[in-house]
Design a protein around this ligand. Structure first.
Ligand SMILES: [Ca+2]
Ligand SMILES: [Ca+2]
Length: 278
C-alpha cells in the first residue's frame, strides 16, 4: 500500500468530485513522494469554470469518475527511473476548432476561444505538473451550428465543416518532447453528423440531417478507464486539414501528426486518450 499525501487529496476534492479524488488517490508512486497532478494558479482558475463551459457534456463530466475503479492498477512503480517524479510540462495544441485537456482526470486547460465561435483557429499552450506515467485526455470539437453537423446554415456557404488536431507535450526543464499526437492515440467519436451527407444542401438541415450523439463515458479522462474499445487515430496531411491561424506559432516536433477520427467532416466531437511515459 502507499500513502496519499494529504494535500493532494484535499486539493483534488476541492476542485473536483470525490470520485475523481478517489481515482486520483490511487495514482502515485510507492516512495511516498508527491502523487498525481498539480496545476498552477492559472490552470486552477480555468478548472473552476469547467462546469459552465461544457454545456454539451450531457451531464457526465468529472462527477462520473466515481464509477471508475481501475485506477488502482496505475502507479506500480515499475516505470523508468524518472517515473513518479513530479515535473513541469507544457501541452501545445492546435485544434479545428476547439479542445480541452485533462491530465489524470484533472482539467489543465481549455481553448480560449469558445466553440460557439464560427471561425475559431488558434493554438494553445497549457502548463501543468504531473508525475509520469500520466494519462493525457483531450476532447476536440469541430465547430457545428447545431446537431445537423453543418455550419453557415442558411447561407450560400452552408456545408459540413471539417476538424483536425495536433499536439505535443514537452518537459519544460529538459526541453524534451515526451509525447506527440500520432496514430497511437485512441479516439472515441461522440458526435457524428450528418450521417446522411446528402442533407448538406437541405433547406432545413436540423430536420433533414441525421446524427449519432452520445454522452462522454463516465470517467473517460482518468488513468484506469477502459479504452480497449476505442479506435486508433487517423493521421492526416496538412493538405487535408489545411491548418489555419495559430498552427504556425508552434514549433511542431517532426513526429507530431495531424489526427482525427476516420472522417474529418462527419465526426464533430472526438475524445482522445494517451499514456505519457515521460
Ligand atoms: Ca463536421
Ligand atoms: Ca471546423
Amino acid at each position: 500500500m502507499f500513502k496519499v499525501p494529504r494535500e493532494v487529496a484535499l486539493t483534488t476534492v476541492a476542485a473536483f468530485a470525490v470520485g475523481a479524488a478517489m481515482a486520483f488517490a490511487c495514482v502515485g508512486d510507492d516512495d511516498g513522494g508527491p502523487a498525481g497532478v498539480g496545476v498552477d494558479a492559472t490552470s486552477s482558475a480555468v478548472a473552476a469554470s469547467v462546469g459552465g463551459s461544457t454545456p454539451g457534456a450531457e451531464a457526465t463530466g468529472v462527477g462520473g469518475a466515481s464509477e471508475v475503479g481501475g485506477a488502482s492498477e496505475v502507479g506500480d512503480g515499475d516505470g523508468g527511473a524518472a517515473a513518479g517524479e513530479t515535473r513541469t510540462f507544457t501541452l501545445e495544441a492546435w485544434a479545428d476548432n476547439w479542445l480541452a485537456a485533462y491530465v489524470d482526470g484533472e482539467l489543465i486547460g481549455e481553448d480560449s476561444v469558445p466553440i460557439t465561435t464560427e471561425r475559431s483557429f488558434n493554438s494553445e499552450t497549457f502548463t501543468f505538473e504531473a508525475a509520469p506515467p500520466f494519462t493525457l485526455a483531450v476532447v476536440t470539437k469541430d465547430f457545428i451550428e447545431d446537431d445537423s453537423g453543418l455550419e453557415y446554415i442558411g447561407t450560400d456557404r452552408q456545408q459540413m465543416g471539417d476538424g483536425g488536431f495536433i499536439a505535443q507535450v514537452t518537459d519544460v526543464e529538459s526541453g524534451a518532447v515526451v509525447a506527440v499526437s500520432d496514430g497511437s492515440w485512441l479516439g472515441l467519436v461522440i458526435h457524428a453528423a450528418p450521417l446522411n451527407p446528402e442533407c448538406e444542401r437541405a433547406a432545413d438541415p436540423a430536420s433533414a440531417c441525421e446524427a449519432a450523439i452520445s454522452a462522454e463515458p463516465a470517467g473517460w479522462m482518468v488513468a484506469g478507464f477502459d479504452d480497449s474499445g476505442w479506435t486508433a487515430a487517423t493521421i492526416y496531411s496538412e493538405a487535408a486539414v489545411r491548418p489555419k491561424d495559430g498552427y504556425d506559432e508552434i514549433a511542431w516536433d517532426g513526429a507530431a501528426e495531424l489526427i482525427w477520427s476516420s472522417d474529418l467532416e462527419r465526426d464533430n466531437t472526438v475524445l482522445w486518450r494517451v499514456t505519457v511515459e515521460g
